[in-house]
Write a protein that binds this ligand. Structure first.
Ligand SMILES: Cc1ncc(COP(=O)(O)O)c(C=O)c1O
Length: 380
């Protein structure tokens, strides 16, 4: 197997993959309606479920499309028989609000600051005092805007108490932060192939509680391609997806799942957390501050405040890193100048060291940092 050029992706997915995952895409041409391919999809679907739940009670519905497709599939497929509360504390919470609005759902936003934990007491009171029936609550697990980790376990308890079905966008936490759907009271969990799973882009999925999913049988569909129940039913009956699947991405995902099972989710998260500790220690050494406090941090993606220095320009810094084989990512916060570094994918401590060395060199080059600053840096 020829070794491929390795790029270090520090954007929040698609992440750096192993060569074995890349090469798993190179397969003989196959019609996706063949039994041989259905077996690959069946493996992928059931193994994804097993990562977070019991396959007797939960099932995974696959969609060709990026992560947003699966978020849209859930929101546009569930019953419109009561209010959906959407927790909005970042760009991806905001996106769920936009989807709900596009489908004219009965929805309401629970706004929360994007740099600190949701006030759970206020959320509880908001739900208790809501004048109409609340059917669903949707929340992003790891807000990729900042790295803020929402406490889905406690939010799940509130939902259990109030008989609300919880929808979790776990796009940037799935396969790294351990999740147990039943214990956490999650009815629908959403993720995609190309972040912590370390697979290729092109497949998204919904892991659903079967009892809830089956209730959708009675509903008048409000969507077509993204209809969750229709996609589920078709897969159960035929072992196929309704429409053309991203064939090679699914082969790569099978390999990525094999590699994940070998590493283990907890070990993967330990590796990511170790990289994150290196990252924040290095940032602090360079006098840079990150936005989210450690207690509320996912340790997966970090929003970093831009250096206060006239010569700093994100695009210029991006190009410097890119020329050196490292991809970094812009910020997504309107009110704060930031850039983002993700520490997911097939990365090692050498990669993080390289990033920090390049960052120091770059800041020195543009006159933002000198070694004598070392003693003056404050803690984050
Ligand atoms: C939490 C979250 N939700 C949704 C998405 C959208 O996924 P995609 O860009 O694959 O559509 C992302 C992408 O980064 C995300 O981090």
């Amino acid at each position: 197997m020829k070794k491929l050029k390795r790029n270090i992706l520090l954007n929040p997915g698609p992440a750096t993959t192993t060569d074995t995952v890349k090469y798993a895409q190179v397969v003989p041409d196959i019609c996706p309606r063949e039994k041989e391919f259905c077996e690959v999809m069946n493996y992928v679907s059931s193994e994804l479920t097993r990562l977070v739940a019991d396959i007797e009670e939960y099932t995974t519905v696959l969609f060709g499309g990026s992560g947003t497709a699966a978020v849209e599939a859930v929101l546009s497929s569930v019953a419109n028989d009561g209010v959906i509360i959407i927790i909005n504390n970042g760009v991806y919470g905001e996106r769920m609000c936009e989807i709900a609005e596009a489908y004219r759902l009965d929805w309401v936003e629970f706004q929360s600051p994007n740099d600190c934990a949701v006030n759970l007491k206020e959320l509880h009171e908001f739900i208790l005092n809501f004048p109409r029936k609340v059917s669903y609550l949707a929340v992003v697990h790891n807000e990729t805007t900042t790295g803020l980790l929402n406490d889905i376990e406690i939010i799940g308890e509130i939902c259990r108490e109030q008989n609300i079905q919880m929808i979790v966008d776990a796009m940037s936490s799935f396969a790294a932060i351990p999740i147990q759907m039943k214990k956490m009271n999650i009815s629908y969990l959403i993720a995609s192939s190309n972040k912590n799973l370390q697979g290729m882009a092109g497949l998204s999925f919904v892991i659903a509680k079967k009892i809830e999913l089956l209730k959708q049988k009675e509903l008048q569909p409000a969507n077509y391609y993204l209809n969750l129940y229709a996609q589920y039913q078709y897969f159960i009956k035929t072992g196929q997806m309704r429409f053309t699947p991203p064939v090679q991405t699914i082969y790569a995902l099978k390999q990525a799942i094999i590699e994940l099972k070998k590493e283990g989710i907890e070990e993967r998260y330990k590796r990511y957390s170790m990289l994150w500790e290196m990252l924040v220690a290095g940032l602090s050494r360079l006098g840079l501050k990150h936005l989210i406090l450690k207690n509320n941090h996912s340790k997966i993606i970090t929003a970093i405040k831009e250096p206060d220095c006239a010569a700093y320009d994100f695009n210029h810094m991006h190009d410097y890193f890119y020329e050196n084989g490292v991809t970094i990512y812009p910020g997504k916060l309107n009110n704060l100048k930031s850039f983002r570094i993700a520490n997911i994918g097939d990365l090692s401590s050498d990669d993080m060291e390289l990033f920090l060395t390049l960052l120091e060199k770059y800041l020195q080059k543009i006159g933002c940092y000198s070694r004598k600053d070392l003693n003056q840096n404050g803690e984050n």
